[in-house]
Design a protein around this ligand. Sequence first.
Ligand SMILES: Nc1ncnc2c1ncn2[C@@H]1O[C@H](COP(=O)(O)OP(=O)(O)OP(=O)(O)O)[C@@H](O)[C@H]1O
Length: 874
Amino acid sequence: MDRYNDLKILLKQWEHSFMQTHHRKPNKDDIAAAPEDTKNLYKEYRMLKEAKEKTTNENAGCIQKQEVQSPAISDYWGSHLNRKNLPAATPKLTSTDKETLQASPQYFGMKLKSNLNSLSKERSFSLKKAVTLRRTPGKSRKDDGIASSALEDVVNPSPKLANTSPALLSPSDQTGSTECEGEPSDHFPSFTPLKMSSLSSKTPSKSLEKAQFLRQSMTKRLSCVDRGWLERCQGFTEASVEHKPVAGNVDLPEINQSSATSEKKVVENEASRDASSSPHDVSQVHAEKCSVDINHIPGTPDKLLTLDRVPEGQDHIDRCSPPLQTRKQVKKTQSRKAQDSEGSDCEQKPVRRKGRKRQRETEEGEEQAGQIESVQKKRRTKKGDAAEEKPVKKGRKKKERATEEEESTPEIQKVPQKSKMPQENLLGEVDEEDVRAASSKKTNPIRSRVTKNTDGNFVKINLKKKSHVKGFALRGAALRKQMYMQKFQLKGERFGGGFGRGRGRFGGFNRQGDVCYKCGGSGHWARDCRGAALAPGTGGSSQKDKTPEDEEEEPFELPTLEEVARATGTLCSEPITVPSSVQNDAGEKDEDQGEEILLNVIRPDYERPAPPPPMDPLYSPREDGRVQEVPPEVFQALQDFGYKSFRPGQETAIMRILSGLSTLVVLSTGMGKSLCYQLPAYLYAQRSKCITLVVSPLVSLMDDQLSGIPSKLKAACIHSNMSPKQREAAIEKVKAGEVHVLLLSPEALVGGGHSGSGCLPPADQLPPVAFACIDEAHCVSEWSHNFRPCYLRLCKVLRDRLGVRCLLGLTATATLSTALDIAHHLGISDRDGIAVRSAAVPHNLQLSVSMDRDKDQALVSLLKVSALVPWSPL
Ligand SMILES: Nc1ncnc2c1ncn2[C@@H]1O[C@H](COP(=O)(O)OP(=O)(O)OP(=O)(O)O)[C@@H](O)[C@H]1O
């Protein structure tokens, strides 16, 4: 080769120099006229070239033959015709090679046409044999589309096959190497991959002899080949010319290594290799079998039957089967496939077949293990099987997903992936380490997911429920109780009182008077008291509750009652004598008699702040207790209010109030009872700074009074519908003396609930109260139809807290007994206190009683009376 290249370089240089001098390429005459050295170089170059071409043709034939013989991995037509084995980038051809290759299909195409008619009459065509070849897996059909056209030429146009008579192929049948010699070297100099260059070791003389024979045989063989098939072969041929290895054909080097030396052995030892049962050699054996069978396919269709005769080779038949079928062929063979059960197996996916093969091998191994190994080893085998089946299943899924990727992946790369799986030996045993590795790969991700879910970072939410709370949450009654207690806690914080249950637990000690009954301290209630109020040893606080700080404190003993009485000067000097009868009855308590005497101390009453002194009346009554005559200023005030004269009862009532005499006014509605407190309030306010309290039971009445009060009077009201700020504002006005009349509810004055205090500030902060008017005074009487308990305490609070001595009761509905009862509460002792008491029924109101059962009809008839007709608005 080196000499050949050197000669080529030298001749190129000479031709280059010739072109520079003559400006044209050298022809034969120029070469003949060249120097002797150049001629010799040309001669030597031609010889070497011719010898090289012949050897390469032989190698190409061998490769084509051997690739046909190794369909276990590629296909019938060899890996060089397999599209998946084509290089990614088609290498470029030289100009001479291109011309040669472009010419060759045309030549053989014309040959094919000319021989078509004559050859078709010579041989018959068996569909059955062709059908056998059509059992091609879809995968192979899809991948090896290049070979499909070639297969069509083999199957359908039987005359073409007839052209390659057994006589011509007899040498190849006899020896595997002789068939390789049928390749033409002239027209396909680069058709043979240069991987076969190792065969160039054959002598050139032998090659020269065989070349002529091969030209004839190969010419005839190629005459039956499709032109398109040959054109598709150009790509691979070009790759061979460029000396680039086939990327996907990994079997080729192995074949090359063995083909030159042991090709015959492969054929001869076929029977002996069938006996080989090694699982690792199974594929190789079947591949060789297929290769042997396929050797006969192009020439003799009868040899196609060998595919069906392969006993174990369903898997390998698929591998050896033609890779591609056209759609027409598929349609034609569908019905035949249904009848042919054997062929149906060939159409199964390779992945599934692979898994079945693995299972079959595993079962065989189990059987062997059961015969040889002990029960303990059987268990190991089962474990190994379980671990092995999982990777197989996993492999199936992966293979389904990445079918195309695996198809393009070389077999060499797949082998190490398979080796990761747990392998079993001939006895069916599985290596435990492999099983652990496989199981760990399978189980680890699952475990990680499980730990992730049970980690606590994720909470399972039931969407059917309307709400979800992580962790413990109160529900139902417990939740309502919690909200209830929280409500009272807020109430205690805001108002300082609230419900008793909420005090100790939720606080509420924001009032100054809230102290513990036991120890007198603040901040806790008596039931929670742990202080020193309890006598030592009584067990108020256990030793466990005592903190070290408590133990360090000095013991404090409460003084006895005697000591307190003596200290305060309230100790009674003379002991109280207990009656004898009581002593006899309680003879058992004689021992404690002395202590009772000592405990008989003067207990001071609760000293309320002294009420302010009552205001002096504007007019003092006469000596006989009657009121004075109406002074002119009173009339003046009446005129100031816009009235010219008093109505009946008003004059007496006003003069009694101005005289400081409590009075009960019982007048009908609309008789002018309001003037009875408005005018005295105005007169008192004219004299000095004071206020008049008007207690009204209803807010509506207060509003009505405020709306109808004379402009001379300044009034304000305090009731429950007002906000605290509004109430405080009204109180501030009262304190400032800007209000003459203060209307308020009895609860606001007396105080509601258990607090015992109303909204009014202490009396010392208020202006002096001239008098108090109780509207709807019948509410005071328990016999009234509208009794309100606060009214019972009303007069007491007015007297005791505010120092009110003059009370005015106003009511429109009070019988005599009720009036007397009201007068009793108001402190009206004299009968004249009920100064004004009009008729219960006004004079302009006539009462009548109807005994009719049909009340509605009686009312209608009454309204139709002539006397009521003018009062129709009624
Ligand atoms: N001396 C008077 N002269 C003229 N009109 C008066 C006099 N006194 C009161 N009135 C008028 O009588 C009407 C009723 O007065 P008032 O509301 O005081 O009656 P009342 O007895 O208080 O009624 P009620 O029982 O509904 O409170 C008012 O419009 C008032 O202006």
